[in-house]
Design a protein around this ligand. Structure first.
Ligand SMILES: [Zn+2]
Length: 255
């Protein structure tokens, strides 16, 4: 599929996972990347299993323009050591924090900051998708604000841009210049719902901070991109669409 309207533009997917259910996860991933002509991507590893899969297949990704985001598991004794494996391979990493997966509550914010202090990174991704009954863990917005204020030399990307609370997320985090948003998942999950209009509104007022992400394999890269592009078309701001590519380069250090 032809993903660009202007061939000179670069196309980055800032939220991709390894399709672990596939028989050949890394080959399947690369096929999706190549079929969609992706110029660069951020591969998010949410578990030690995914990290091992990645490290075992490093050579397959040689020559690709990508960065790795690894989950910081504040509950695990190996939380920091997992990053050392990447460091040993000379791989620059992004830190991913997932309050729901790791049961992070407001009481843990200082611990998160303390553990980040052992790591060497420039960007943090905080998951902020409101789902499930563990309400104490629905603190993605608060955690992103806390980290953006405490670590103002770092960039903090809010993954899924707050999901069903996208407008609230925008309003609460707007004053913080080091907060950015990736629209993965939210843009397709709510397709056809009234929230679709909120996403238009969100993009209109936040276009200088929005990143494209597909959340592949949950959604295909092409479906996500068509949806992302449609929001810019809806608000008559197609000229701003590719600013997000520049932003991806800046935030994640992609080429
Ligand atoms: Zn994801």
């Amino acid at each position: 599929m032809m993903i660009r309207e202007n061939i000179k533009e670069k196309f980055y997917d800032c939220h991709i996972h390894i399709p672990m259910q596939s028989i050949n996860p890394v080959e399947t991933l690369l096929k999706e990347i190549n079929d969609n002509d992706v110029d660069g991507f951020v591969l998010i590893l949410n578990s030690a299993r995914e990290e091992d899969m990645y490290l075992d297949h490093l050579e397959f990704l040689n020559g690709h323009n990508y960065k790795i985001a690894l989950l910081l598991d504040i509950r695990s004794r190996n939380g920091i050591e997992n990053f050392d494996k990447l460091k040993k391979e000379g791989i620059e990493y992004i830190v991913k924090i997932h309050p729901r997966i790791n049961c992070i509550t407001k009481d843990d914010f200082k611990l998160v900051k303390e553990q980040l202090g052992y790591l060497s990174y420039r960007t943090i991704i905080v998951d902020n998708w409101f789902f499930g009954c563990q309400i104490d863990n629905h603190i993605g917005t608060e955690l992103a604000i806390y980290l953006a204020e405490e670590l103002h030399e770092k960039s903090v990307v809010i993954a899924h841009a707050g999901g069903c609370k996208i407008v609230e997320t925008m309003l609460l985090t707007r004053p913080l210049k080091n907060i950015y948003y990736d629209l993965s998942l939210t843009q397709l999950y709510f397709k056809g719902a009234s929230l679709d209009l909120d996403i238009d509104y969100f993009v209109k007022w936040t276009s200088d901070r929005v990143l494209f992400g597909s959340d592949y394999p949950d959604f295909s890269i092409s479906d996500s991109w068509l949806s992302f592009r449609q929001h810019y078309r809806n608000i008559g701001m197609m000229d701003k669409l590719y600013d997000s590519s520049e932003l991806a380069r800046k935030i994640y250090g992609l080429k």
